[in-house]
Design a protein around this ligand. Structure first.
Ligand code: WT7
Length: 656
C-alpha cells in the first residue's frame, strides 16, 4: 500500500463533554465495550435481541441467521413485517400529531407533515399504485426532486411490497433508461420539474427521453407529481397520469402487504469497477434494523431532536437517514429541496436557525465549499440548537473537521464521522457520540456487532499503522443481499475467493492507529469519489468511447480541494489530435456528452488528448503513470517500454 506513509499524523483528541456523555443513549466506554462483548460472545443472540426490540413484527421470526447458502445470507427469514408499517402506523397511537417532516422548498416555502398526515398520504398513494395494478415484487423507478412526495413514493412502494429503485434526479436519460431496463420496472414515479438553485430541472422530459432510447416497454405507467405550474411537452394518455389525479378519491387507509423478512425492499444502483452499475439489493427486515439501530445510537436521537440529513434520496444516505431511519424512530426531520448556496451562502445556517436543527448530517465536500465562502456566514446565525454534527461520503480532511467543530459546532458538538457504503445499508464505523474521543479525519471504531478488520492479501490482520484492505468478517443484517440479476458478480466482488468467500470486502483501503481507530485511505478498485459520490472510471470511459469521435479513453482521479477527487480523462480521438480552438470545442462536446450519458456529476474536469495512451507490453493502460500525469507529478515509473514516449508530453498539456 504505497499511500500508507503519506498519511498525516493527527494527534488531537476530542472527548464528548461530560454533559453529552451523561445524557447519551450509549453512555461511556464501558457501555460500548459491554455491547461489543455481547456481540463478540453471542453474535446471533445480540442481533436477535435488537431485531425483537426494534422491529414490530406481524409474525415474529424463529430463525436468526441462515448461512447455508453463503454468501447469500438470510436474516430473520421466517419473520413477517411491513417496513412502512414500522415507519408510520405504529407511531400513530403516541405520535400522530408529531411533525415527521419539515420540508423547505428551494424558494424558502416551508411545509410540514405530521405522522398522521404522512400516514394518510402514503396510504392514499399506495392505494393509487394498487389501482394501477402495481403489486408485490414489481419494480418501480422513482426519479423525483427532494420532497415530501419522494418519501411518500418510497414508503408507498414499501407498503404494497413493490421494490423501489430511486434514481438521483441529476442522472441522465441514458442512466434512467439503463436502470429501467435492468430492473424491468413497471412504473416510473417522477415530477414535471424540480427546483434547484432557482432553476427548473425538467424531470418528466428526461423520463420521456429515457423511454425514447428504447427497450422500456416494461413500463406501463408514469406517475407525475406536479411540483411547478408548467405542463410537460409530451403526455401519453394511456401511460402518464398526474399524481393528484391518481390519489383523488383514494381511501386514507391501506392494508400493508405483509412481507417476508428477506423480501427485497429496494434496489439502488451504484458504480463499481466495470462499466455497468450494480443494482444493490437490500432486504426488508435486516435493512430496517440496520437503519434504525444506527440512527438511534450514532445520532443519539431523542424525542425532541430536529434531525437534518442533507443527502438526496437518490443516494443510500437518503434512503437510510431520510426515508427509513428517522421515520422508523418517529423522529422529526428537515428535508431540503435546494442547494447550500442559493439564494446565498447563508442558506444552510439560516435553515438550522429557522428550524432549530439539533443534529446536522452532511458531506465533507459541502463543508469544504462552505469554508471557502467564509466563516462570516455561519457566524451571523444562531446555531445554538445544534448538539451533534455528522459527516459521510469520504474521508474528511482535519482542517475541514476543525472548522466544522469550531465554527459550526462552537466546540460544543461531537462530530460523528460515519463510514459505510451503499452495500452495507447502514453506518458501520463511527464514533458513538457519548462514548468515543474523536480524532479529526478518523471514523474511529466499529459499531457493536460490526466485525471490521484490516487485512493483507492473504487475509491476515495487519499490524497497527500498516495499510490493508477493509473487510467485515461476519455477515450482518443490513448487508446487501445480491446484485440484482447478477449473483455471480455479487459473489466475486464482495466475497472473493482470496478470503475463501468468508469476508465481506468493502473495496476501501484503511489502517488502524495505536488506539484501534480506523482511518480510511481510499478505494482499492477503479472507483473515484467525487463530492462523496461514487463513480466508476470504467463507466466514464465507456461513455467516452461511445462517442463517435473517440477511439480510446482512460479516466483517473486527481485530488480536488472541494470535490475530494476530480475526474481527468485522457482521450485518443479517431481523427487527428486537435489543438487551439478546435481542442477547446472538442473538450466542451465531450463534457456535455458525458453529462448526457451519465449525468453532470460524472463530467470530466480536465480532458487531455494524445495520439496514443501509454501502455505496458501486454497492452494494459499504465494507469499509475496517468495518475501521476493528472496530478502534475514528476514521472518516476519506468517508461522505457513505451512505444511512443512523445505522447507523455502531449498528455501533460491540458487541452484547453
Ligand atoms: C464509499 C461508499 C455511505 C454513504 C455515502 C457514500 C467512502 C463513505 C466515508 C467516511 C471515508 C468514506 C468509502 C466507501 N466513504 N463514508 N466517513 N470516511 N470514506 O456511499 O456511494 O456507497 O460510497 O464512500 O470509500 O467505500 P457510496
Amino acid at each position: 500500500m504505497p499511500t500508507i506513509d503519506s498519511i498525516l499524523k493527527e494527534t488531537r483528541q476530542f472527548p464528548p463533554s461530560e454533559d453529552f456523555r451523561q445524557h447519551a443513549t450509549i453512555s461511556g466506554m464501558n457501555s460500548y465495550k459491554g455491547l461489543c462483548e455481547q456481540a463478540d460472545n453471542q453474535y446471533l443472540p445480540y442481533w436477535e435481541g435488537l431485531a425483537r426490540e426494534l422491529i414490530t413484527w406481524k409474525k415474529p421470526f424463529t430463525r436468526v441467521l441462515d448461512d447455508s447458502n453463503a454468501p447469500f445470507f438470510k436474516w430473520f427469514d421466517d419473520g413477517v413485517l411491513n417496513v412502512s408499517y414500522n415507519c408510520l402506523d405504529r407511531h400513530l397511537a403516541k405520535h400522530a400529531d408529531k411533525t415527521a417532516i419539515i420540508f423547505e422548498a428551494d424558494d424558502g416555502t416551508v411545509t410540514r407533515a405530521s405522522y398522521a398526515e404522512l400516514h394518510r398520504r402514503v396510504c392514499q398513494f399506495a392505494n393509487g399504485l394498487r389501482s394501477l395494478g402495481i403489486a408485490k415484487g414489481q419494480r418501480v423507478i422513482i426519479y423525483m426532486p427532494m420532497s415530501i412526495e419522494a418519501v411518500i413514493a418510497m414508503q408507498a412502494c414499501a407498503r404494497i411490497g413493490a421494490i423501489h429503485s430511486v434514481v438521483f434526479g441529476g442522472f441522465s436519460a441514458k442512466s434512467v433508461q439503463e436502470r429501467i431496463v435492468d430492473a424491468g420496472a413497471v412504473a416510473v414515479i417522477t415530477a414535471n420539474e424540480g427546483m434547484r438553485g432557482g432553476k427548473a430541472v425538467p424531470l418528466k422530459a428526461v423520463v420521456d427521453d429515457a423511454y425514447g432510447l428504447g427497450n422500456c416497454s416494461s413500463v406501463k405507467h408514469t406517475i407525475v407529481y406536479q411540483r411547478t405550474p408548467s405542463t410537460p411537452n409530451q403526455w401519453q394518455e394511456d401511460r402518464d397520469i398526474w399524481w393528484h389525479k391518481l390519489v383523488e378519491g383514494q381511501a386514507d387507509s391501506c392494508e400493508p402487504e405483509w412481507m417476508g423478512a428477506e423480501d427485497p425492499l429496494f434496489i439502488l444502483y451504484t458504480s463499481g469497477s466495470t462499466g455497468k452499475p450494480k443494482g444493490i439489493q437490500h432486504s426488508s427486515a435486516g435493512y430496517l434494523l440496520g437503519a434504525m439501530n444506527s440512527f438511534r445510537w450514532v445520532f443519539d436521537i431523542k424525542p425532541n431532536d430536529v434531525f437534518w440529513c442533507t443527502a438526496d434520496v437518490g443516494w443510500i444516505t437518503g434512503h437510510s437517514y431520510v426515508c427509513y431511519g428517522p421515520l422508523s424512530m418517529a423522529a422529526t426531520q428537515v428535508i431540503f429541496e435546494g442547494v447550500p448556496t442559493y439564494p446565498d451562502a447563508h442558506r444552510f445556517w439560516q435553515m438550522i436557525e429557522r428550524h432549530k436543527v439539533s443534529i446536522f448530517y452532511t458531506a465533507p465536500t459541502a463543508i469544504r465549499s462552505l469554508i471557502k465562502l467564509g466563516s462570516d456566514f455561519p457566524r451571523q446565525h444562531d446555531l445554538s440548537s445544534l448538539r451533534l454534527l455528522g459527516t459521510v461520503g469520504e474521508p474528511i480532511n482535519p482542517e475541514a473537521w476543525i472548522w466544522y467543530h469550531e465554527v459550526v459546532g462552537k466546540g460544543r458538538c461531537p462530530i460523528v464521522d460515519t463510514w459505510w457504503q451503499t452495500e452495507t445499508g447502514s453506518i458501520m464505523i463511527a464514533p458513538l457520540p457519548g462514548v468515543v474521543a474523536t480524532k479529526p479525519g478518523s471514523c474511529t471504531l466499529p459499531l457493536p456487532g460490526v466485525m471490521a478488520d484490516i487485512v493483507d492479501e492473504s487475509g491476515e490482520t495487519v499490524e497497527p499503522g500498516k495499510g490493508g484492505m477493509l473487510v467485515i468478517k461476519k455477515p450482518f443484517p443490513s448487508l446487501v443481499r445480491t446484485i440484482w440479476g447478477d449473483p455471480e458478480r455479487f459473489k466475486k466482488t464482495y466475497f472473493p475467493e482470496e478470503f475463501k468467500g468468508q469476508y465481506y470486502l468493502a473495496g476501501d483501503s484503511a489502517h488502524r492507529d495505536e488506539h484501534g481507530y480506523f482511518w480510511i485511505m481510499g478505494r482499492i478498485d477503479d472507483v473515484l469519489n467525487v463530492s462523496g459520490h461514487r463513480l466508476g472510471t470504467m463507466e466514464i470511459e465507456s461513455a467516452l468511447v461511445a462517442n463517435s469521435m473517440v477511439a480510446e479513453a482512460a479516466v483517473v482521479g486527481r485530488p480536488h480541494e472541494i470535490k475530494g477527487e476530480a475526474v481527468v480523462a485522457f482521450v485518443v480521438l479517431k481523427g487527428p489530435r486537435p489543438d487551439g480552438e478546435e481542442a477547446r470545442k472538442t473538450v466542451e462536446q465531450l463534457k456535455s456528452w458525458v453529462a448526457q450519458e451519465i449525468g453532470k456529476i460524472a463530467q470530466p474536469d480536465d480532458i487531455r488528448f494524445g495520439d496514443n495512451l501509454p501502455k505496458t507490453r501486454s497492452g494494459k493502460i499504465m494507469r499509475r503513470l496517468l495518475r501521476a500525469i493528472a496530478r502534475g507529478e514528476e514521472i518516476t515509473q519506468d517508461t522505457s517500454t513505451l512505444e511512443n514516449p512523445a505522447i507523455l508530453q502531449q498528455l501533460q498539456e491540458p487541452a484547453a
